[in-house]
Design a protein around this ligand. Structure first.
Ligand code: SF4
Ligand code: SF4
Length: 176
């Protein structure tokens, strides 16, 4: 019965396959430049994975930060990175992002630094979720906001144990 419910639910859900209509907005004067918002980036790596010419890469400063890097010389301007970014941290820009014109660089690269945060439970350095995601998941004052992914998994497991594991002496019944 449960399986039938799942199958029906999946059949009635809209398609999750990306379609041309899902493409990000392209500004009229698009110059092939990407803008990246570090505060929205979870360093999941999806953008680098979908980028065939490998224009996006990451470097790490262990314990301190992760850097998202873009090299316009390798970009084919397909927009797949922006289309697939789950947090909308990448935008296609009409202008050249300021960081790309920095005196320190060659004008073709963009580096966006994502600072790591210490987990409030175990202390592990991790990339925090975007604030809007944390608000949606936990509200503004939930302890889990400061947890690393490992501790979030632990907290989810603890909630499941409380919900499903019967107290000592309690009879377990499985419905058929
Ligand atoms: S920019 Fe988006 S897709 Fe790329 S690593 Fe950050 S969150 Fe993931
Ligand atoms: S627009 Fe396409 S080629 Fe350019 S960085 Fe994004 S995925 Fe790679």
């Amino acid at each position: 019965m449960a399986m039938l419910k799942t199958i029906l639910g999946n059949l009635l859900r809209p398609s999750r396959t990306r379609a041309p209509a899902d493409m990000p907005d392209v500004p009229p004067a698009y110059r092939g430049a990407l803008a990246h918002e570090a505060a929205r980036c979870t360093a999941c790596g999806t953008c680098a994975y979908v980028c065939a010419p490998k224009a996006i890469s990451f470097t790490q400063d262990p314990g301190l930060s992760v850097s998202w890097r873009f090299f316009i010389g390798q970009c084919s301007f397909c927009g797949l990175c922006a289309q697939n970014c789950p947090t909308q941290a990448i935008r296609l820009e009409a202008g050249v992002p300021a960081g790309m014109n920095s005196a320190a660089g060659d004008g073709f690269r963009l580096e966006s630094v994502i600072p790591l945060r210490a987990c409030t439970r175990c202390g592990a350095a991790h990339v925090p979720l975007p604030a809007s995601t944390m608000d949606a998941l936990w509200g503004s004052d939930e302890a889990e906001r400061g947890y690393c992914p490992e501790c979030r998994r632990w907290a989810a497991g603890a909630r499941l144990r409380v919900a499903f594991v019967p107290a000592a002496g309690e009879e377990v019944r499985h419905e058929r």
